[in-house]
Design a protein. Structure first.
Length: 283
């Protein structure tokens, strides 16, 4: 049996334009969280998962992937948020023959949120001049599934997590899950789209990851100083349960922000807790 391996690239935090969000209550910086790209590779082939947001990030991901000296056959996109796929065009410039895959539900969401192949207005306002046109959407995962050197990569529909129609990718031969945003690795979690039942749906998706019993979980957003242990499954659950408690009692943006940053002081990028609060409470 051909053996596979994986590697992880983390694009660093990216400052947001000052007009993208109101100032944080604590005066801290507004930045986007670190973005994780995984490479699943065998002796000859490789597949990238979630190549990032900005053109610069895509160029860096392509340069990193080229260093493995494999044929990059494709990119898998876990969900429709632009920070996980807008950089695909830049990667494809380096590897023009690669395919771009997603599930049909994710593709429909990508098309809905990126009309005409141009970035969603939020992303364009947050990162002016840093994101090119995004004409690359995706094609549906083939009926025979995805493979690297004959070994399967298995997409799993996860439903609503931090947005609708999300997925994770299971690599059985490595006991590996590349989770997209189903799992976070000690980075504040985005919950603006949670609505009434979003946290419950997300908890169900976490259970689906746990059910494949991975030993390694590569989160979509991670503290780059941390490894990728399966224990982050429980960490993500704990954050969501805490957020549900705070949502139930908080009455303002500032109250939610203060509560979550006090409960999770070691987690990166409190600005995402503030983004969640701004999306939750109109003021």
């Amino acid at each position: 049996m051909t053996s596979l391996a994986h590697a992880v690239h983390v694009s660093p935090m990216q400052p947001l334009a000052p007009a993208a969000l109101p100032p944080r209550p604590d005066g801290g910086p507004l930045v986007w969280s670190p973005l994780t790209t995984a490479l699943i590779y065998g002796p000859r082939e490789a597949v990238l998962v979630d190549p990032g947001l900005t053109t610069e990030q895509g160029v860096a991901v392509a340069e990193w992937a080229a260093g493995f000296d494999r044929t990059i056959t494709g990119v898998y996109v876990t969900h429709a948020h632009g920070d996980h796929w807008y950089a695909t065009a830049a990667v494809r410039e380096r590897f023009p023959d690669l395919k771009v895959w997603a599930t049909p539900e994710t593709i429909a969401e990508m098309e809905r949120t990126t009309p005409g192949g141009r970035p969603n207005p939020f992303w364009g306002a947050a990162f002016p001049g840093l994101i090119g046109d995004t004409p690359v959407i995706a094609e549906a995962v083939p009926e025979g599934g995805l493979q690297v050197d004959g070994q399967p990569l298995v997409p799993h529909a996860a439903g609503h997590t931090d947005t609708d129609h999300t997925t994770f990718l299971h690599v059985p031969s490595l006991d590996l899950v590349v989770s997209g945003d189903v799992i976070y690795n000690q980075v504040h979690q985005y919950l603006s789209e949670a609505g009434t039942h979003g946290i419950d749906s997300w908890l169900d998706a976490i259970d689906a990851v746990a059910a494949v019993n991975p030993t390694t979980v590569v989160a979509g957003h991670k503290n780059p100083e941390r490894d990728d242990p399966a224990s982050i499954i429980d960490d993500t659950r704990d954050y969501l349960r805490a957020a549900a408690e705070v949502f139930a009692g908080a009455t303002s943006r500032a109250e939610y922000f203060e509560a979550m940053t006090q409960r999770f002081p070691a987690w990166l990028n409190p600005g995402i807790a503030w983004l969640t609060a701004v999306g939750r409470w109109a003021e």
